[in-house]
Design a protein. Sequence first.
Length: 259
Amino acid sequence: MAEKYRERAAVRAQEQIAAGIFSMWLEAGEIARAARPGQFISIYSNDSGRLLPRPISICETDPERGLLRIVYRVAGKGTEEFSQAQAGDAFDILGPLGNGFPTERCPQGKKAFLIGGGIGIPPMVELSKSLAGEVQVIAGYRDELFLTEELSANGTLYLATEDGSAGTKGNVLDCIRGNGLSADVIYACGPTPMLRAVKAYAQEQGIECWLSLEERMACGIGACLACVCRSKEIDEHSQVHNKRICKEGPVFRAEDVEL
Ligand SMILES: Cc1cc2nc3c(=O)[nH]c(=O)nc-3n(C[C@H](O)[C@H](O)[C@H](O)COP(=O)(O)OP(=O)(O)OC[C@H]3O[C@@H](n4cnc5c(N)ncnc54)[C@H](O)[C@@H]3O)c2cc1C
Ligand code: FES
């Protein structure tokens, strides 16, 4: 099993990049050097009343400078606290966690769709830097855009917005169909209805597909079973049709999970 580290990570910089969406660079050299695209970190609150860490995907890393970036939406108390941090403040973090995307499935000569919806968009930044094949990013937003510069730096970026204010009006699949795009492999992260639709599309088109699931978590390290999803195969450990998203995931082959 890959090494994970617990670090006291200082905030190098933080900025708001869209309404309720924040970008934070953390000084966490061990994790930044070990992380693969699609893995996540657990961030602990500095408030002793909030014991459980919050899982947040690694958006990108700068291993040489020992930095990693997270991009997150303020959803409740934990993320609200993180959003108020300033350079020099620090959080305990654990990572890299989970398995990450299989980048070797898109070698040179192959084409990939990197499909991100809402807060599932951030991990696509590091993934887009890591594939040898052709990168086509399809990013679906409710309205306001974020990370578009980073996402277009290593591939072609296609946008879908619910209100039609940018790119295709509609969802990520409307965007793929509307632009007549094709791919050999799909990597996707986003809300469950989007993942369900992407899985059905991949099946219909016969395209290999990898999904990153973002369920609620508690321990983040495989110990509590708070994050299980239904799987096709029986889990060796529990002998039931369950997989722990934090441990066996968050990335799964689409046909191996029921959504
Ligand atoms: C592997 C993984 C990667 C993630 N990556 C990101 C990311 O890159 N950026 C980001 O903004 N968020 C990400 N999330 C979701 C993030 O963990 C939650 O938004 C966060 O834990 C909420 O904490 P809170 O204390 O602010 O809110 P809470 O008070 O705990 O919850 C506030 C609201 O958010 C909902 N919520 C809590 N956890 C989740 C969850 N896991 N998924 C969906 N809804 C949730 C609750 O039901 C509630 O309505 C990720 C989750 C997982 C499991
Ligand atoms: S969050 Fe505890 S087992 Fe996954």
